[in-house]
Write a protein that binds this ligand. Structure first.
Ligand SMILES: [Zn+2]
Length: 286
């Protein structure tokens, strides 16, 4: 295990208690466990912002395990729960945001289905997530569009108030790109991918704490293709995946570990930079 590396951890939702209407068991952590992670990481590693971590890799000045914290999707718990903890512990973090939600649309299939107990959308969710047929994908997304048109409460119950991100000047918090809409880029034409990312950049580039980092939506191997990486280069943003691994050199796309409750154990087993400390971390709540 190389000593010099950047480990990027990826979180999504926090909550005191699990609420099946707005939480997803695969991307949810208790507030208490998250705070224990942060305290533990702070005591044992150097936590840096993603920008600092990339700079250390680029300049080859990294000589230890650096850890960066990221959050995807802009969930409501970001401002109400995550940021206060991070601020109290003085831990920097980067938030990857989809700009279509909150104002323009209330959400996407992933949260709309359970929230409305919409069986059609719940049944479609596996295929939306996994199909390799882009016609099928776009047909199924019509269900999402219908729910978005039918139910248009503002603000959306799922997302933080983006004004809080847009106006944030706290140096601990940075805001990066996660696509305008949270779509599987592999299912889009090259032009549609570029348009999606361009809209995301246009909306965020004036935010004081914007960083040109792009967490590809979903970020697993079936969710992006070579067009995605080429477009990121053309638009001058740095791509990140949600594909487990650590980074030892400045070479994109950069890898991230999803540190969510359901896969925490496997993450920390494979994430052996923690070595024996995985067990310590694991003991915190298991
Ligand atoms: Zn996401």
């Amino acid at each position: 295990m190389p000593k010099s590396k950047l480990v990027i951890l990826n979180y999504h939702q926090l909550g005191e208690d699990f609420d099946p209407k707005i939480h997803n068991e695969f991307i949810w952590n208790t507030t208490e466990l998250f705070e224990k992670h942060m305290s533990y990481l702070r005591q044992n590693f150097t936590i840096v912002s993603l920008t600092e971590g990339l700079k250390a890799l680029k300049n080859k000045t990294i000589n230890e395990t650096m850890v960066s914290i990221t959050f995807d999707d802009g969930d409501a718990s970001m401002t109400s729960l995550a940021m206060p903890i991070l601020e109290r512990l003085q831990v920097p973090a980067t938030f990857f945001i989809n700009t279509a939600y909150g104002e323009e649309k209330m959400g996407y299939w992933y949260n709309l289905g359970p929230y409305f107990q919409n069986n059609e959308l719940l049944e479609a969710s596996t295929a939306i997530r996994n199909t390799v047929d882009s016609n099928e994908y776009h047909n199924l997304l019509k269900l999402e569009d219908a729910v978005n048109v039918e139910n248009n409460p503002r603000p959306s119950p799922f997302y933080a108030n983006y004004k809080d991100f847009e106006t944030c000047t706290n140096p601990l918090f940075h805001f990066g790109l996660h696509g305008h809409e949270h779509l599987r880029f592999s299912m889009l034409t090259r032009e549609a991918q570029k348009e999606n990312l361009r809209k995301n950049i246009e909306t965020m580039k004036h935010w004081p704490n914007y960083v040109p980092h792009f967490a590809i939506p979903f970020g697993k191997p079936q969710d992006w293709n070579t067009d995605t990486l080429e477009i990121a280069k053309e638009l001058d943003v740095v791509p990140f995946l949600a594909h487990h691994g650590y980074n030892t050199q400045y070479k994109d796309p950069f890898l991230r570990f999803s540190v969510d409750t359901k896969n925490l154990k496997s993450v920390f087993q494979s994430f052996s930079p923690f070595q024996g400390s995985y067990y310590k971390l694991n003991k915190l709540n298991f």
